[in-house]
Design a protein around this ligand. Structure first.
Ligand code: IFM
Length: 729
C-alpha cells in the first residue's frame, strides 16, 4: 500500500524548475507551482491562471501568472531566510496528493539560533478562487524576528511582462493588488487576509511590484508563531465585481479560519478519490505513479466552468503557450468520462464554443468548415506560431507547419464529442452546437479531398500526422482514418440518425442542405483512401513513401546530432529523411480502431514501429502500452505504461524543443496511464450498452480495483486471480 505522498529531503536549487511541476497544487482555476514561500520569480514561482491570455509585442501569446499571493519570508536577527541564498541545514518538501496539501520544513542555523519554518499550502477545490497557506516559525533561543508577508506582482513570465499597471494597497490585515494586462486591459485582482496567533508590531511597505506587511516581535524559544493567509484571485473575465468578490472571499474565509478552509479542501479531494482512486496490489510503484498522475488530472479539471478545456502542460506554467491540443480529447478525456462525466462535457463544450475560431482558421486557408487550432487559446485562436522551433545553430526561428498541416486536430474534436455522446447517451451536447461542430469539421475535410484522374479514391495530401518529425506528407494513415471517422459521424447526423431535438433539426435544415451533405459525407467515408497492411509483411505504411526512407535505428539518428537540443524534425532534421518517428502514429490509429484488424496485423505493426519510435513526446508510450494489451501482451505493455505513469513523478522528460523551453507537467501522459490501467490491464469497455471487463494484469499485479461511472451508476470493479468482481452502487 502507498502513503499518498511524494517528498524529498535536502535543498537543491537546481531542482527549482522540475520541483515546481512535481509539487504542483491546482484546482482547475489556477495552478500553483511547487515552490517555497520566500521564492521570487527567479525561483520559477507561478500561480498560473486557466483560460486568460496576454501577448506582448510579437512574442508568443501565453496565459497569465497571477501576482504571488503566497509570498512570505522571515528575517531572524537580521538574516533573511531564503533557501536559494542561504542554505538550510535541513529541508523536507512533501506533497500529500491524497489531501492536496504541500508542506515544507526547513531548519536554519542563524548565528547559533536554530530556526524552524514549517509551512503548508493548498489551492481550494471547493472554492476555486481561494488559496491558503500557514507559515509557522519557531526558534530555540530568543531572537528578533520580522515576518514579511504579502503579494509579489513581479511575476515569472516567459514572454511578458504582461501587466502594464499594478496597484497595491494594504489596510489592517488585508492586502490587495489589481493589475491591468497589456493586450486587452483585463484585470487580475489578488486579495488576501492575514491572521497571526501572536502580537507584533505591524507595518507595511512597498518594494517595486511587491505589496507587503511586516510583523516584528521578539521570539521566545519553543513558541510557535503562526501566520495564516487566505487569498482570493479573481479576474475581470470572471465577473465585473472582481475586486469586491476577491476581497469578500478572502475575508469570509479568514473569518471562518484557516483550518475550516483547509478541511473543506481535504474533504472534497477525498470525495473525488472515493470514485477515482486506483488500487493495485503487488506493485506499489505502479499504484503510486498512477494515482499521482490522477492527482495532476484532478488539479487541472475545470470544474468551475461549463465550457473550458485543459492546456497541454496543465496549469504548470506558460510553456506550450497554455494552449489546448489534441491531448485533451485523445488522452485525457477518458479519465473524466469514466469518473466525472460532467467535466468531460465541459471539455467538449469548449470546442463547441470555439467553433467560430475554427471556421475562421479554415477560411483563412481558403477551406470550408472548421479547422481547429493546433494550439487553442481563448475563442479558438490558434496560438501556434509559424516558427515554433529555434535553430540551435543559427539562433533563427525555423518554419514549422504544425499549425497549418496537423489537420487531424478537427477529427480529434469530433472524436471527443461523439465519444461523450456514445458513452453517456447524453445528446444534449449535440443539440447545444455539437451537431453543427461535427458537420463543420466534416465540411473542412471534404474541402481538402483530392482525387487522381485514374482513381476512385479520395486522398489527403500535405499533412502532418502525430509523428511531427515528418512534415507535409501525403495520406498519413492516422489522419485519413480519423477523417473517415468524421465523415461517418457527420453523415449520421446529417441523415437524421442521431437523437436531436426537433428545433435543432429544423435549424440545421435551414443552415444546410442536409440530404446533400449526408450523401457527400457518406461517399467521402466510403472512398477515402486508407492505407492497408502490406500483404507480405502486414506493415501499414505511415504515409506515402515512408517505407522508402532510410531505415536506421533511433540511436543511429541520435548519434548524428551535432547539438543536444537540435530539433529532429522539419526540413533538415536528423529524423526527417529516415523511418525514425517521434511518437506513436500508425500505432495510435491501430489502438483506436483495433477491431478493424486481426491480432497478427496489430502485433506486426507494433513490432515494426516501436524500434523506430523515439518516444520524443510524452504522448507516445501509452499508445504502445494500450496496443500491447490489446494483443494480450501485458508484460510488453508494462514498461510503456510505467513510462507514461512516471512522466511527472519521476520527471526528466524532454525540456527543450530546439532552444524553446517546453518543461511542465504532462497531463496527456497522465491520462494515457489511466487508459492503460483501466482499459488496457483492467480490460474495461462498454459492449452493447453493458459494462464489460476482460482483464489482463501484468504478472506482478495480484489485484487491481477501480470504479467506473456509467449510466449514472458507480461500478466497482475488483480484479483478482484473473477474475473480475463487479458491484454497483
Ligand atoms: O500534442 C502534442 C504533440 O502531439 C507532440 N508535441 C507536444 C504536443 C503537446 O503535448
Amino acid at each position: 500500500m502507498i502513503d499518498w505522498k511524494v517528498s524529498e529531503s535536502g535543498f537543491d536549487s537546481s531542482k527549482n524548475t522540475s520541483n515546481g511541476n512535481k509539487y504542483l497544487l491546482g484546482n482547475g482555476y489556477m495552478g500553483v507551482r511547487g515552490t517555497l514561500d520566500e521564492f521570487e520569480k527567479d525561483g520559477y514561482v507561478a500561480i498560473n491562471l486557466a483560460g486568460i491570455y496576454d501577448q506582448v509585442g510579437d512574442a508568443w501569446r501565453e496565459p497569465l501568472n497571477a501576482p504571488n499571493a503566497l509570498y512570505t519570508y522571515a528575517v531572524v536577527d537580521g538574516v533573511k531566510l531564503d533557501a536559494n541564498a542561504f542554505a538550510p541545514k535541513s529541508h523536507t518538501f512533501t506533497l500529500d496528493y491524497r489531501k492536496a496539501l504541500l508542506t515544507r520544513e526547513s531548519v536554519w542555523d542563524v548565528n547559533g539560533v536554530t530556526v524552524t519554518v514549517k509551512a503548508e499550502r493548498f489551492a481550494s477545490m471547493p472554492s476555486p478562487h481561494l488559496l491558503g497557506s500557514r507559515f509557522v516559525l519557531t526558534v530555540d533561543r530568543e531572537a528578533k524576528v520580522k515576518l514579511v508577508a504579502g503579494i509579489d506582482s513581479d511575476v515569472w513570465d516567459i514572454n511578458g511582462p504582461h501587466y502594464d499597471k499594478v496597484v497595491g494597497s494594504t489596510l489592517d490585515n488585508s492586502i490587495k493588488v489589481v493589475t491591468t494586462t497589456h493586450e486587452s486591459a483585463d484585470h487580475v485582482c489578488v486579495a488576501e487576509e492575514i491572521r497571526t496567533n501572536f502580537k507584533a508590531e505591524a507595518g507595511s511597505f512597498e518594494e517595486p511590484l511587491k505589496t507587503l506587511k511586516t510583523y516584528e516581535f521578539t521570539a521566545e524559544p519553543g513558541v510557535e508563531y503562526v501566520l495564516d493567509k487566505l487569498a482570493a484571485v479573481y479576474t475581470s473575465k470572471d465577473t465585473d465585481e472582481f475586486e469586491a468578490e476577491a476581497q469578500k472571499l478572502a475575508y469570509d474565509k479568514a473569518q471562518a479560519g484557516y483550518e475550516a478552509a483547509r478541511q473543506e479542501n481535504i474533504d472534497m479531494w477525498e470525495s473525488k478519490w472515493k470514485v477515482s482512486e486506483i488500487i493495485i496490489e503487488g506493485d506499489d510503484k505502479a499504484m503510486e505513479a498512477t494515482n499521482y498522475s490522477l492527482y495532476h488530472l484532478h488539479c487541472i479539471a475545470p470544474r468551475h466552468a461549463d465550457s473550458m478545456s485543459i492546456a497541454a502542460r496543465g496549469l504548470s506554467g506558460q510553456t506550450y503557450k497554455g494552449a489546448v491540443f489534441w491531448d485533451t480529447e485523445m488522452f485525457m478525456l477518458d479519465f473524466f468520462l469514466f469518473t466525472e462525466p460532467a467535466v468531460a462535457k465541459t471539455l467538449m463544450k469548449y470546442r463547441i464554443d470555439t467553433l467560430q475560431g475554427a471556421k475562421n482558421k479554415a477560411a483563412g486557408y481558403g477551406f470550408d468548415g472548421a479547422f481547429y487550432a493546433w494550439e487553442s487559446q481563448e475563442g479558438g485562436f490558434d496560438g501556434c506560431s509559424d516558427y515554433n522551433v529555434t535553430d540551435v545553430f543559427t539562433g533563427r526561428p525555423m518554419r514549422t507547419f504544425f499549425k497549418d498541416k496537423q489537420i487531424h486536430i478537427s477529427a480529434a474534436v469530433v472524436y471527443g464529442i461523439m465519444k461523450y455522446v456514445r458513452y453517456t447517451g447524453d445528446t444534449s451536447i449535440l443539440n447545444e452546437g455539437g451537431a453543427e461542430t461535427v458537420i463543420e469539421c466534416a465540411k473542412f475535410y471534404y474541402s481538402l479531398l483530392l482525387k487522381k484522374v485514374n482513381s476512385d479514391k479520395y486522398e489527403l495530401h500535405d499533412v502532418i500526422g502525430p509523428d511531427e518529425y515528418h512534415e507535409r506528407v501525403n495520406n498519413n494513415g492516422y489522419t485519413n482514418r480519423m477523417a473517415k471517422y468524421t465523415f461517418d459521424a457527420a453523415a449520421e447526423i446529417a441523415a437524421g440518425k442521431c437523437d436531436l431535438d426537433a428545433a435543432v433539426v429544423e435549424k440545421l435544415g435551414k443552415q444546410y442542405d442536409l440530404a446533400d451533405l449526408a450523401a457527400k459525407f457518406a461517399d467521402a467515408a466510403e472512398h477515402l483512401y486508407i492505407p492497408q497492411p502490406d500483404p507480405k509483411t502486414g506493415v501499414i505504411e505511415q504515409f506515402d513513401g515512408y517505407l522508402k526512407l532510410e531505415d536506421c535505428s533511433v540511436d543511429e539518428v541520435r548519434s548524428r546530432l551535432l547539438h543536444d537540443k537540435e530539433y529532429w524534425g522539419g526540413a533538415y532534421g536528423v529524423a526527417a529523411h529516415t523511418q525514425v518517428i517521434k511518437q506513436a502514429d500508425v500505432v495510435t490509429w491501430l489502438t483506436l480502431f483495433a477491431d478493424e484488424f486481426d491480432d497478427d496485423t496489430l502485433l506486426k505493426n507494433w513490432s515494426f514501429y516501436e524500434p523506430r519510435t523515439e518516444h520524443g513526446s510524452s504522448l507516445s508510450a501509452c499508445m504502445y502500452a494500450l496496443l500491447a494489451c490489446r494483443c494480450g501482451l501485458s508484460d510488453w505493455a508494462y514498461p510503456f505504461f510505467m513510462k507514461s505513469a512516471s512522466a511527472d513523478i519521476k520527471g526528466g522528460g524532454k525540456e527543450w524543443a530546439g532552444l524553446v523551453y517546453i518543461g511542465g507537467t504532462h497531463p496527456a501522459a497522465a491520462g494515457g496511464a489511466y487508459m492503460n490501467v483501466v482499459k488496457g490491464f483492467g480490460g474495461f469497455s462498454i459492449k452493447n450498452g453493458e459494462v464489460c471487463v476482460e482483464p489482463a494484469l501484468p504478472s506482478n499485479w495480484t489485484r487491481l480495483a477501480y470504479n467506473i461511472n456509467y449510466g449514472g451508476k458507480l461500478y466497482h470493479i475488483d480484479i483478482k486471480d484473473g477474475k473480475a468482481d463487479i458491484t454497483v452502487s
